[in-house]
Design a protein around this ligand. Structure first.
Ligand code: TXA
Ligand code: MG
Length: 342
């Protein structure tokens, strides 16, 4: 299959490109498109056969629920019930935006393979002009996980999608680099209090300021049966082992010296301020004060590590306030929970 990359930007006549995307989706195929978090691989969420093509292209198991994207807030009641006043408040404040709400699903509307084994549905309204225009032209919901091959970091640029899915999907809408850079915050609204299942751009602080205390699911160390089936999958792991490490330059310097002694090459991911010229590769992801920048640049840095011949990757920890929680959640998964110890 030939994969077309169609650039959509403000200075172009984009109507034909949206029409092409809509025609492909209506024919039961998949299309990759930008959102404000990461690129998504979309299929019409009521079309079971089309949704099956998402799993095939990604090479991902099909027992993990997918997020359903909508173009207008009012559509929520077509797919979900039990919309609490708290859910209403969150939608009013943070939609469109990087927030997915898990709500009781109305049976028989969304295809079974979008929400396998659960009686809920995760819904979100993305805050990206291309995603919104696509949804509003299509006038149907899109099931869309990140548009990467399973086992790779989520794509934050159209070129990442092309690298992973070239020949496997018919169309990529290229809307440039995404903004937030990590996947949306997922909040389960069916428990009391609601639970953050995955941290993202809408932070715990932002949620609690509106609806009071919420629970936080600690996916990395949680031994219980997972509430979100996605939790049981090991996430992206770079080719070289990745270790978390504290932010002091001396600690990092000592770790690099010791790894060099063992004949190992080291890639370092961390804030701009780091001063460790002894690292063989350094991927700066933003100022240490700027968690948003770190989130925006993290997945590209992980992809860049895989292009080096580093034997070990060290990733510098950040604090858990604000979007720092999402950055640490993704890094901890990439490290499989490992911290560097000499
Ligand atoms: O930012 C994002 O959310 C991106 C972009 C493309 O919009 N999409 C994304 O979708 O990350 P996806 O389908 O990969 O997210 C699936 C994860 C599941 O692994 C699970 O953690 C949670 O979202 N999820 C979705 N539906 C759920 C449900 N009904 N119950 C519990 N968790 C659910
Ligand atoms: Mg993903």
């Amino acid at each position: 299959m030939e994969t077309i990359v169609a650039t959509v930007d403000k200075n172009m006549d984009n109507e034909k490109k949206y029409k092409q995307a809509v025609d492909i989706l209506k024919s039961g195929e998949v299309v990759a498109f930008p959102t404000e978090t990461v690129y998504g691989l979309g299929a019409i969420a009521t079309d079971e056969k089309a949704v099956q093509k998402i799993f095939a292209a990604k090479g991902r198991p099909s027992d993990n629920p997918l997020i359903v994207h909508i173009g207008h807030q009012e559509e929520v009641s077509n797919y979900a019930t039990g919309i609490t006043p708290e859910a209403e408040k969150l939608m009013a404040a943070y939609w469109p935006g990087p927030l997915t709400l898990v709500l009781p699903k109305i049976p028989g509307v969304i295809a079974e393979n979008v929400t396998p084994g659960v009686d809920t549905v995760g819904l979100r309204m993305p805050d990206h002009p291309v995603a919104l225009e696509l949804l509003r032209t299509l006038r149907k919901p899109l099931a869309a996980p990140s548009a990467n091959r399973s086992g790779k970091p989520s794509p934050t640029e159209a070129s990442h999608v092309y690298e992973d899915l070239k020949g496997l999907i018919p169309l990529i809408l290229d809307g440039g680099k995404t903004g937030v850079g990590v996947e949306s915050t997922v909040v389960d609204m069916t428990t009391t209090p609601p639970a953050i299942l995955r941290p993202g751009g809408v932070t715990k602080e932002m949620i609690e300021s509106l609806i009071g205390p919420v629970q936080v699911e600690n996916k990395v160390s949680d031994e219980k049966a997972p509430r979100a089936p996605g939790m049981k999958y090991t996430h992206y792991a770079p080719e070289a082992p990745l270790y978390l490490i504290g932010s002091e330059s001396d600690t990092i310097g000592a770790a690099i010296a010791s790894l060099h002694n063992e004949g190992k090459k080291v890639a370092l991911i961390g804030p701009d301020e780091l001063d460790n010229p002894e690292a063989d590769w350094f991927f700066a992801i933003g100022s240490k004060e700027d968690h948003e920048a770190m989130a925006a640049n993290l997945y590209r840095a992980l992809r860049q590590c895989d292009l080096t011949d580093a034997d070990v990757i060290l990733a510098v920890e950040t604090d858990l306030t604000g979007v720092g929680a999402a950055v640490m959640n993704r890094l901890t998964k990439a490290a499989d929970g490992k911290r560097y110890k000499d």
